[in-house]
Design a protein around this ligand. Sequence first.
Ligand code: NAD
Ligand code: ZN
Ligand code: ZN
Length: 343
Amino acid sequence: MKAFQYRKFEDRAQVVEVPVPSPGPGQVLLRITAAGVCHSDLHILSSSQDDYRYGPLPLTLGHEAAGVVTAHGAGAGFYPLGTAVLVYGPWGCGMCRNCSAGEENYCTDPGGVKPPGIAVDGAIAEYLVVDNERHLIPLGDLDPVQAVALTDAGLTSYHAIKRAVSRLGAGTFAVVIGAGGLGHLAIQIIRALGASTVIAVDVAEDKLQLARHVGADHAILGDGQSAGLINRLTNGAGADAIFDFVGSEQTVTLAGDIAATYAQITIVGVGQGALPVGYRRLPFETNVRSVFWGTRSDLWEVIDLARSGRLTVSVEIHSLEDASQAYERLARGEVLGRAVIVP
Ligand code: NAD
Ligand code: ZN
Ligand code: ZN
């Protein structure tokens, strides 16, 4: 089969021919129908050998997956052959306290979470082995190409927003920093779960247009003026919920500068910026949290939200042969919404 692999440090990932993997006991083989291209993969591809902390090379990329059940390993069979599914990506041990609550994204096993495309071979390929059937969710009548980004871009945004929902009541202001793959879904999820006025911030005009299109009340350019502008838009009070899908020094500083008393700041982007927390460093009672992906039940919920028609993914489609091109476009900031690979 064809697979898009990162094979050697400081080399470009490429499409190669590899054997179709076979599912072991309890595992399932999926024929991939769609795989999403996430900005996190660019961090994998750009880390040096010294700070590389992902799966052994060669590594097939892709941690957003939709597919069809094609073979069962011994003992598997809950989903019949031919079932269309989405894949829950943060594969935990299934046994620890957090996994028992469905919070596999925070698995406490010493081996940690082992997502496909990050720790083991992933979905940008013709086939994917899924480690356990509990990591599958029926796709139903959803289109795999439209739905695949729900498994990370949707799930991560949903998880972050659900945790902050007490700050999204009527009369509140929510700010989404970075209206990309995750952010354009976050805007819609805030509208579905809350009553906030939504302000989107991005550095690209086409992303701001998308933000308005998917429901942002205001969409403003991220520059030296944005903190002042947001403080004016919020009548001087600041924003009650801030979701940072960039996470750089510049954006976490903006988040701190625009926070209201009692604000919830959620850092999702892996930009490595630091926000000092201490007495009077932030408005009183401000919470700051960073999040990783979402829980198994969150994924069922965000899929239901999409099924109800309240969540639409903006998608650009690429063939598996063109996977490199999709990543190049993402790196140059040219993708509007999510790039999706269709093998
Ligand atoms: P993306 O490239 O699709 O979107 C990023 C957006 O941020 C783009 O629209 C870009 O124009 C905008 N942007 C860049 N710099 C900005 C700035 N200074 N101010 C405002 N906007 C700016 O990326 P994505 O796939 O949506 O991922 C977003 C981030 O979230 C990445 O860092 C990714 O690694 C991370 N991520 C984290 C998790 C998690 O579990 N914590 C999960 C998925 C992705
Ligand atoms: Zn991701
Ligand atoms: Zn666990």
